[in-house]
Design a protein around this ligand. Structure first.
Ligand code: BGC
Length: 749
């Protein structure tokens, strides 16, 4: 064999290895050979400048002329923050008709919990434990938003949040990995639709990754998650959403263990692209590329642009780092042409799959009647009903409409149409929002007396004489408390989680009137409401409930609907307990209800108090555990049994139990399945949610229910850094919350 034939043979061998040696990963976004053919065809016609242009996303708004030249020159691949369908059409026209290659724009928007029709904030959506309903809500959002030309939403936010000081806890599903994953999948399905059509809106799972673990609950702060925590707790919801077909993903602002996400090759290239095979689009968060300079990770925009492309980030949101420096970086050899081509492939794939080339424009006339369509409002109302959590009821609820002649409505959230929408509701208009006060007045004309007591939640007052005087004359007091939308969400963290201003004092004053007091708290986070509980007969917790919050809450208060929401996050007694979440690991000295400060003699000297893990002043338990929520009826679990005692690692645990409605009203219970791995190569959480079922039962009805737990769900990343099920003994609970129930045991061999 001469030298030339040897080289040719080697080349053929390499080609063969490339074609059949490495099995091709299936596409996570569901691309087809035809889509890929179109991607390659376009790519082959593009100049480097045009490619880099596709990788640039800018915030629009203002006159179209501001962006016309850049669009014509192919320097913008995507815009965000434009919602006017006429202007969006004009942007598309310039791209399609006046740019050299006619590539349409991808128009993005934060459609987080509804577009015009606003649903409860995501934390409230999670409280429904009802993925099918959440999917329906995301579909509604998509139908409304796509009608106006928005084809990409920056949702769902899948950041696990175990610190309610963090304002963005409002935007996610709370503290649990499994619940978060189910909610994420539901939203992805809802936004993108069962098949690709003009109502499909690409989902963007965010913020990748760890952002919710901000130190001290201060937004944007550093995180220090180990790889094991990332893999066991923070990454699974993202993986689930990717498997559900999410088209896009956003890198987060935080630096984890010193590496900002937008420059983090490990999470983006190795895990997301490599391990999960993600072939969708990765976008930065707003200027998170530029912020790597502030972090001290790169010296200037050119360097951070190189770091971001090296990490595998396709599109730059608002740093102008790619558009300013990528061409130069490619020419100098610092960035490979192939890296640019891969990024552009990921972007074009989304545009082609969304059908933007065929249908770049929307019908402006047709868009308007879809907004706030009756069916959309109805879905929002049902969701708000399922989302509210009844935390206390001494029997005052539900009210009976014919027994209350005079209803005092009070509190700063009773008639706050903008604030009940919650954070990220830019497009929800307050004129369309129905507040509790409006809903009550409509339902009980002439019977409602409204005295706000406090205008804003932050207002301080010493006396509440007027409202207390009216309370004395009323049959019932409905107090709407909480926090305005501005007090949670991005960059709106708090250090004190008690009801603000004089709200607690208002509630205490109302109680002194001696009439039944029903408190409803509308908030973006679980506030510390322990001191308020004694001052009301019932307390309904509504994470900002959206456009139809008023009618939903009134239906619940008057028993036309029965509460079924469950807390998606632990409610703390005091903020000093942070972080306190149900699925913590076990200490070597678990708290056992030992002596609290109040029980220690003032004169007591140094003494042993049991030496367990707790706070002297607050113990170690929360106010309400994860998964908690009352109904107007009661439920009992009995006969919990497994089909076997032992299972192989590829088996399925079948659990059956009887759920009985032991009260006198119909109701719906969220049955929750928890497990504990008793001994692992690393310590495992005391309980982990692995399943739930919403079950509706008539008063007095009992039903045998079966749930399945694939043993594979018990896998985790252990000491050897491999994800697997570790055989051994497990406990399993089926219960109405994370702190109840008796375990049954099983073995995995
Ligand atoms: C937020 C993102 C959001 C983006 C675009 C950022 O400040 O962190 O969640 O999608 O802005 O509005």
């Amino acid at each position: 064999m001469n030298h030339r034939t040897r080289i040719l043979a080697l080349a053929a061998l390499l080609a063969l290895a490339a074609s059949c040696g490495q099995p091709q990963k299936p596409s996570t976004v569901g691309t087809t050979p035809e889509v890929e053919r179109r991607v390659e065809q376009l790519l082959s016609q593009m100049t480097l400048a045009e490619k880099v242009g596709q990788m640039n996303q800018v915030s629009a708004g203002g006159p179209v002329s501001n962006y016309a030249d850049a669009l014509r020159a192919g320097q913008i691949g995507s815009i965000l923050n434009e919602v006017d369908p006429g202007r969006i059409n004009e942007y598309q026209r310039i791209c399609v008709e006046e740019s050299r290659l006619g590539i349409p724009l991808l128009v993005g928007r934060d459609v987080i919990h509804g577009f015009h029709t606003v649903f409860p904030i995501p934390l409230g959506l999670a409280a429904t434990f009802d993925p099918a309903l959440v999917e329906e809500g995301a579909r509604v959002a998509s139908v409304e938003a796509t009608a106006q030309g928005i084809r990409w939403t920056f949702s769902p936010m899948l950041d696990i949040a175990r610190d309610p000081r963090w304002g963005r806890i409002a935007e996610g599903s709370g503290e649990d990995t499994w619940l978060d994953a189910r909610m994420g999948e539901a939203m992805v399905r809802g936004y993108q639709g069962a098949q690709w059509d003009a109502t499909s809106m690409a989902a963007c799972v965010k913020h990748f990754v760890g952002y919710g673990a901000a130190e001290g609950g201060r937004d944007y702060n550093s995180t220090f998650l180990t790889e094991r925590q990332l893999r066991n707790v923070y990454l699974p919801p993202f993986e689930a959403a990717v498997r559900a077909g999410a088209m896009t993903l956003m890198t987060s602002f935080n630096d984890n263990d010193g590496v900002p996400s937008t420059g983090n090759r490990f999470v983006v290239k190795d895990v997301l692209r490599g391990e999960w095979g993600f072939d969708g689009l990765v976008v930065t968060d707003w200027d998170s590329m530029g912020e790597m300079i502030a972090h001290g990770f790169g010296a200037d925009r050119k360097e951070v642009a190189r770091q971001a492309i090296d990490a595998g980030v396709d599109m730059d949101m608002m740093t102008y780092g790619y558009i300013s420096h990528l061409e130069e970086l490619v020419r100098s050899g610092a960035v490979k042409q192939s890296a640019i081509d891969d990024a552009v492939r990921n972007i074009l794939r989304v545009k082609i799959m969304l059908g933007l080339f065929e249908n770049p424009y929307v019908d402006v006339e047709a868009a308007a009647p879809l907004q706030y369509a009756p069916a959309h409002l109805e879905a929002a109302r049902r969701t708000a009903e399922e989302s509210a959590v009844l935390l206390k009821n001494d029997g005052v609820l539900p009210l009976s409409a014919d027994k209350v002649r005079t209803i005092l409505v009070t509190g700063p959230m009773a008639d706050a149409p903008h604030d009940q929408l919650g954070t990220w509701a830019f497009d929800g208009q307050k004129e369309h929002t129905v507040t509790p006060l409006q809903a009550l007045r409509e339902r009980f004309p002439g019977r409602v007396v409204y005295v706000p007591g406090l205008k804003y939640t932050r207002e301080h007052k010493d006396r509440f004489d007027e409202v207390v005087a009216v309370a004395r004359r009323a049959d019932v007091v409905l107090a709407f408390l909480g926090e305005e939308a501005i007090l949670s969400g991005e960059a709106h963290s708090l250090a004190d989680l008690n009801l603000m201003g004089s709200q607690s004092e208002l509630l205490a004053a109302l109680r002194s009137a001696g009439k039944p007091v029903v408190a409803t708290v509308m908030a973006g986070r679980p506030l510390t409401i322990e001191r308020d509980l004694p001052n009301c007969g019932a307390l309904l917790y509504a994470f900002h409930p959206g456009t139809m919050g008023g009618p939903a809450l009134v239906n619940l208060i008057f028993g036309d609907a029965t509460p079924s929401g469950k807390t998606p996050v632990t409610f703390l007694r005091t903020v000093g307990q942070v972080p306190l979440y149900y699925n913590h690991n076990m200490t070597g000295r678990p708290y056992n209800g030992e002596t609290l400060l109040a029980d220690i003699e003032p004169e007591a000297g140094q003494t042993s108090l049991g030496n367990t893990s707790y706070y002297l002043d607050y113990g170690a338990y929360p106010l309400f555990p994860f998964g908690y929520g009352l109904s107007y009826t009661s439920f009992a679990y009995s006969g919990i049994a497994l089909d076997k005692g032992e299972y192989p690692v590829d088996g399925t645990v079948k659990v059956s139990f009887t759920l009985s409605n032991t009260g006198s009203r119909d109701g719906t219970e969220v049955a929750q399945l928890y497990v504990r791995d008793l001994v692992g190569s690393v310590t495992r959480p005391v309980r982990e949610l692995k399943g739930f079922r919403r079950i509706s039962l008539r008063a007095g009805e009992s039903r045998t229910v079966e749930m399945e737990l694939p043993v594979a769900e018990l896998a985790f990343w252990g000491l050897d850094g491999v994800k697997k099920v570790e055989p051994g003994e497990f406990q399993l609970w089926v219960a109405g919350d994370s702190a109840s129930g008796e375990p049954v045991s099983f073995i995995v061999r």
